[in-house]
Ligand binder design. Structure first.
Ligand code: SF4
Ligand code: SF4
Length: 329
């Protein structure tokens, strides 16, 4: 597959942006993982914003005409006022805005903080943090007076939000991070105008099936007698991990990664978000687990599920912001 320029005016090159909000930087790295295709991308497109690799100023972006950017990839959730402002700005400046990766799509790991209050987060980060020497319990202040004026930092929002909670999103590319093949396919479709129309339900530039559908492991129709964590035992390599008692999110997770973790003998952690029509990935997975417990009484079922360590972090690891729970909201 090759990329051709010419969907936009000016020098004939597309204008592409990549922005990071509340994220780890992995999505930016994953864009580089398209390997030699990066040369095709650079030939066909001008990068007009990519804070991870070049020093673009927000003021420059603000001066772009509206819809100046053909495709803007936005990775990370929205945790503070700066990220919210950029989400609104980039929506205005972009013809197509893409939620890139698990955090922009569903909140990702940062949204697990939605199970805590802001006060709880600040207390554990600045007051009771064993790796921090902070006897005066100093905390970041939104505004600090200095000799020549005021210094301000962004406000910490009460919750981590998805990009779509702030502005309209045209498409999503799921994954933590998205796999290079899926990124390249989606990029080609975006610049070639081959993605479904924005006003259709299909917004996710990926497959609809579940990870189980592309997993090569054998299902033996065995019920679960107990749960264990990946470090507690070495799994049989050919057999379904869920049936072996490892929580594998495959049944409720969108395929597209090629069953990457399963091939490394590790359970799927759910990073591609909910599959197909599933709305709440965690609820769907809890339902899947409940249907294969080796229990005929409620008491026995409770004994088994009590062995699941950190159920919220397990079932909602990547999707708390888009779940029906939504944390403390
Ligand atoms: S539950 Fe996990 S291991 Fe089992 S078939 Fe699905 S993806 Fe494969
Ligand atoms: S197997 Fe699951 S956790 Fe691993 S990359 Fe694929 S979707 Fe993500």
């Amino acid at each position: 597959m090759t990329m051709s320029a010419g969907k936009t005016g000016g020098n004939g090159k597309l204008k592409i942006g990549m922005y990071w909000a509340a994220s780890c930087g992995g999505c930016d790295i994953s864009l580089l993982e398209i390997g030699p295709h990066i040369l095709e991308l650079i030939e066909a497109a001008d990068i007009v914003l990519w804070p991870c690799v070049a020093d673009f100023k927000y003021a420059d972006v603000a001066q772009y005409p509206d819809q100046f950017i053909d495709v803007c990839f936005f990775n990370g959730g929205v945790r503070n006022s700066e990220q919210e402002e950029l989400a609104r700005l980039l929506r205005r400046k972009s013809k197509t805005l893409v939620a890139f990766g698990a955090c922009a799509s569903d909140g990702g790991i940062p949204a697990l903080a939605n199970t805590k209050t802001v006060e709880g987060i600040f207390a554990s980060s600045y007051d009771d943090n064993p790796s921090l020497d902070n006897p005066s319990r100093v905390r970041p202040q939104p505004v600090t007076e200095i000799h020549c004026g005021e210094l301000s930092i962004p406000h910490f929002c009460p919750h981590v939000l998805r990009l779509s909670d702030i502005v309209e999103v045209d498409y999503q590319i799921p994954g933590c991070p998205p796999q290079a093949d899926r990124i390249w396919e989606a990029t080609l479709a975006l610049v070639g105008g081959e993605l479904p129309a924005r006003n259709t339900a299909k917004k996710v530039a990926c497959f609809d099936k579940s990870v189980c559908d592309e997993c090569p492991r054998e299902k033996r129709q065995v019920k679960i007698k107990g749960f264990r964590r990946p470090h507690e035992a070495i799994a049989e390599p050919e057999w379904c991990l869920l049936e072996q008692g490892f929580i594998c999110m495959g049944p409720a997770t969108r395929s597209g990664c090629g069953a990457l973790c399963l091939k490394a003998n590790q359970p799927c952690r759910g990073c591609y978000g909910p599959s197909g029509d599933v709305v709440d990935q965690g609820a769907a997975m809890i339902s899947a687990v409940g249907s294969i417990l080796d229990a005929t009484t409620e008491e026995r079922a409770r004994e088994i599920v009590d062995q699941i360590v950190d159920p919220v972090g397990t079932f909602y690891r990547f999707t708390m912001a888009s779940s029906d729970l939504k944390g403390n909201r």
